[in-house]
Design a protein around this ligand. Sequence first.
Ligand code: MIG
Length: 750
Amino acid sequence: MEINKNISIDAVTDKILHIYSKGAVQAESFAVEAGLPVEGTLQKITAEGEDGGIYATKSLEIRMHSDGAMDIYDRDGRLLCAEYTGERAVQQDLTEEEREQMRQEGHAIYDDVGNCSFQVCKCLTGDEVIYGLGDKTGFLNKKGYDYMMWNSDNPDPQVENQTFRAMYKSIPFFIVLREECVYGIFLDNTYRSYFDMGFESGEYYWFGAEGGWPDYYFIAGDTIADIITGYTSLTGRAPLPQMWTLGYQQSRWSYGSAEEVLEIAKNFRKYGIPCDAIHLDIDYMDHFKVFTADSKAFPDIKKLSDELAAMGIKLVTIIDPGTKLEKGYDVYDEGIRNGYFAKDKDGSVYQNVVWPGDAVFPDFTSKKVRDWWGGLTKRLTEKGIRGIWNDMNEPASFDGPLPDDVVFGGDGKKRFHKEVHNVYGHLMAKATYDGLREHDGRRPFVITRACYSGSQKYSTVWTGDNQSLWAHLQMSIPQLLNLGMSGMPMAGTDIGGFGSNTTPELLCRWIEASCFAPLFRNHTAKYTKKQEPWQFGEEVAAINRKYIELHYKFLPYLYDLCYEQTKTGLPILRPLVMHYQRDRETWECNDEYMVGSKVLAAPVVQQGAAARMVYLPEGVWVDYWTGERITGKRYIVKEAALDVCPLYIKAGSILPAYGKMQSIEPENIDTLILEYYPEKKAGRAGGVSRWEGSSRYEHYQDNGVDFAYEDGEYNLYVFTFHAMRKNGLQVQMLHEGYGRKYKNIKAVVR
Ligand code: MIG
């Protein structure tokens, strides 16, 4: 609905407003791909001057001022979000001379103050916290910091430092939480954009971009969960993964030969440590030519993947976008012949330098190119490769950044680099996903480093080059939680840390802190110490085994959360505030997280610590290790020796579990165990504790591999368990469509 000459507003639903300027109408969204329903109704209620007036949906009221500013209220008259129209507090910038001096002494300074073609400025009230914004470093609460969305390959240590405001991913979505309300804003703009969340001034926050139009969504709801569900109703949700992809994965830059890879695999089995995948980093290629393999080090990838498969281990390969410029290399030749690469402004093929040396960049904005690239994945799947890891797709380049005016011709729709930079990784992941889906038929396993809003439909993500630093372990928690709140649930960090050398203690604490991560991979860089679980002696190996086994034990819980996520968009790993929003104490809890709604993890992330403070929200919590029942809404001190990751189960929960395994083979899983964690002891009889209470749990099961579930081939169980009854477990089927059922379903009281 056109509000005035500048602004239109559509009610996507009664709680989601699409606010955009006229120019945005022609722009095609890379994130909102399914087409927008306009299901809500927006009505003008009163007129107020020429441009102003009050508009309303069933849930929201928009008061337009005549200058175009708008304030959004709920229908109870509560002000949710007011436009800021006062003076801006822009700080005096440095002179060019001062900048030069700073640079000479090696200081990083902001050169990128942002030349925005528009800025939207909203009021802060003072009592809010702000979440989201994808993979940005620092804390859960983004208020007071400013960020840039410009996918960047910057491996320097990154903590809450303002200097590193841009990271690998651009997810221009955030959630504002106040005592009395919560809302989200998604700026669907792919240009270099800025999110100043109260850095410039505590009075307001602003966002803007260097190109395109104001085009954003205002998402209202009662809870953070509502906002995430709303956001993912626009940008999509992660599809169900192949079950094995939730398993432990081992990587290193790089395992240098087929023998070395086999050796690694055998060691996992020798040490009895579960493992589902080994990754081949760039050195497996022939001179870094994508879709090739080095004939000396990896003479027969098919044979290697078969040998690994016999041990239950899958092979995943890295694929970068930068394609080696070399006549006679068929991928290059084919791309040149068909005009598949991005062009310089003079019309020649644009080149830069990446791992293969001189390289060219596929134009993934073109469907033809995406189909071609997707087809190339066949070369890998035919050799038994089971997943593709996309790196360097910001795109990164060694010989300076790609200029803003590099041309991406699309399929006849010409765009410049400055417009598509932030979706380059997204489109590469989409090409890879679509190719795998078409040529392999199994649920594609893609990992990408760069992405944009909506990439969750195609790919998992890892957080890129962290370092083996305690600060980075600490940061991994809010980083994964904010990714989850930004619609990107299938995420993980490099366990043990990528850059620099890990220590035995750090590796132990990292595997503990990651033990429920949906992407569960240990990875490290060239020239760093070996970092596989057994490299530091038996104690460290045992701690790795313990937490990797724990991860596998609760695999059915993780898989159920993946299923739930497909329906609601809610992440697997959640900040405490998602379930205890009314409890102010949870709002900035950076070192604990929930796994779904039933498990609370409070990993030790301080060097040398043998105990930590844990905040338990309201209710009764069961210490997973000791069985102790603890009443929450308070802090406790938990002793946590090196092999203890404090874990608490919400009393009254049922958790589904599998028996021990070395790798995930859904077709061999016959037993499901339901662990019931009651709140109360009913008494003792014959020296045995008797527990009371009952609980209900919904469980999803399918073949864990392909898309047959889309045709109804899945089972949905409802388990009800009464602790006091003999044979207290009842099993009901809500949906019965998958033939292989469990042979045993057992309930145990914990
Ligand atoms: O310029 O492929 O983030 O995981 O091991 C470094 C080599 C390129 C960066 C990735 C990292 C990977 C490495 N890559």
